[in-house]
Design a protein around this ligand. Structure first.
Ligand code: NZQ
Ligand code: ZN
Length: 432
């Protein structure tokens, strides 16, 4: 891949957190963020909050609300979904019946793969244009929802979508095609943000952008739909939720702030609910908690006033671009090793994490020992729930070019210590 292109893609990744606050103009917002978050001694940085998605949550919500919600759009609905789980568990039939009953013409767009590709986005946009779709209805997990957001841009934009919206921050002088989502797997929280993580296979770059204008118009969330998610995907999605919270929590400010307090409550809930859902996959309370934890982690609320890290996500995304690994599983391998590298730089916060999340006893221990025990408790939890702990367990072998992957990772810069590509390579090697 040409160096210039690669560099532009990295810049895109590093900018995506700033853009996530965009809406009245991403550039102005980025300046606003920069002005108010540069190491000033304050507990909450200034913020702008916006979330345009209307959520319908609970048992039976699809049958109850879908027909009414689609009334506001035209006659043609593009029904987008993944590799077939929705057909096996009856969700597809249920949705199709509601849509046809409401007089809609339904255009199917199936087979959205995990880690959706840019080629798939373009294919979806072409189908939406051919049939003059009025609404995209994405049914699935993060991959389906992300792909649909990108399609909603590509269906209404004539230029180079990758270059103009993923490599650089996009300019919206048009309305993306409206999108509604029906969530079938808890994890990414994509249902309540404008984030879309897309893999450009040709360039070997997996990168995300968060455009508030791409927030789904509505999200239907029935926890019962997640009962059929296989155990591995359930725990990987659960770990993704935990990762989103930790990546936000382990960043400035560190002192008393409401975002961190909510984050702690969410982390404890994810851990408890994941354990309960492993014991009984049809535990409605656990499944509904996980589903809402996922949304809360990524609907911008716990990010308010926070600088945010997301370096582990940058590393996992590039690992995914090279290996197509499962997102949550990749994060599970990386997190403990990454935290062993940085915990001394954020000692107070890692100590708080050990005490408040893992109930580590502080007696007779130094701050460093307590903090380290918290990181090891996290590593133990990853093992307990059955996620991989090494790159080898993730399916990698010696042929994997760790240096190329490390060099292609964006440096997020919001952490307690800024990574270098050299240190990222060390982390990858330790993960092996
Ligand atoms: O494709 P089908 O057959 O539907 O099977 C899927 C897929 O194999 C299956 N599944 C989903 N719901 C199911 C089910 N199987 C049985 N019953 C159900 N009810 O689960 C598998 C994985 O689905 P996928 O959507 O890929 O998982 P996930 O939700 O973890 O999404 C991962 C993607 O989201 C991106 C990731 O990078 C990755 O590409 N992310 C998106 C974010 C965002 N938009 O905010 C943030 C995240 O950090 C993340 O990067
Ligand atoms: Zn994630």
């Amino acid at each position: 891949m040409a160096e210039g292109l690669k560099r532009k893609a990295f810049i895109a990744v590093s900018l995506c957190l700033l853009v996530s606050l965009g809406g009245c103009g991403a550039a102005e917002t980025a300046v606003f963020w920069e002005k108010t978050s540069k190491g000033e001694e304050q507990n909450m940085n200034n913020f702008i909050f916006e979330n345009a998605t209307k959520v319908y949550f609970g048992k039976g919500c699809v049958k109850e609300y879908l027909a009414c919600l689609t009334k506001n759009y035209g006659d043609t609905v593009m029904l987008a979904y993944g590799g077939g789980s929705v057909k096996k568990d009856g969700v597809y039939d249920e949705i199709k019946e509601v849509l046809t009953g409401a007089g809609k013409t339904v255009i199917d767009f199936p087979d959205i793969m995990a880690n959706p590709t840019y080629a798939k986005v373009l294919a979806g946009a072409q189908l939406a244009r051919e049939h003059h779709a009025d609404l995209i209805l994405g049914v699935g997990g993060g991959s389906v929802m992300d792909c649909c957001k990108a399609i909603s841009i590509a269906a209404r934009y004539d230029g180079d979508v990758w270059e103009d919206f993923w490599v650089r921050s996009g300019v919206f002088d048009f309305e993306p095609l409206p999108l509604g989502v029906i969530v079938t797997a808890a994890g990414t929280g994509s249902e309540c943000n404008g984030g879309a993580v897309i893999t450009n296979e040709e360039l070997k770059v997996k990168t995300g952008r968060d455009y508030p204008v791409c927030n789904p118009k509505f999200a239907l969330m029935d926890p019962v739909y997640t009962y059929s998610v296989p155990k591995f995907q359930m725990v990987s999605g659960g770990f993704d939720i935990l990762s989103h919270i930790m990546e936000t929590y382990f960043s400035e400010p560190n002192e008393d702030n409401v975002s961190d307090d909510i984050a702690e409550a969410l982390m404890r809930n994810v851990i408890r609910s994941l354990r309960a859902a492993i014991l009984n996959p049809e535990d409605y309370t656990a499944r509904s908690n996980l589903m809402w934890d996922a949304t809360m982690a990524e609907n911008r609320i716990i990010k308010l006033g926070k600088r945010m890290d997301f370096e582990c996500h940058q590393m996992e995304h590039q690992l995914g671009a090279y290996t197509d690994c499962n997102h949550g599983a990749g994060l599970a391998v990386l997190h403990p090793v990454y935290y062993r590298h940085i915990y001394k730089d954020g000692l107070k916060k890692f100590k708080k994490f050990a005490l408040h999340i893992w109930d580590i006893s502080p007696e007779g221990k130094s701050d460093e020992e307590i903090a380290r025990e918290g990181v090891e408790a996290l590593a133990g939890f990853i093992k307990e729930i059955g996620l991989p702990t090494t790159l080898r367990q993730l399916g990698a072998d010696e042929s994997l070019d760790l240096k190329a992957i490390a060099d292609s990772c964006a440096i997020a810069g919001g952490s307690y210590r800024k990574m270098t590509h050299k240190e990222i390579l060390e982390i990858f090697k330790e993960c092996f």
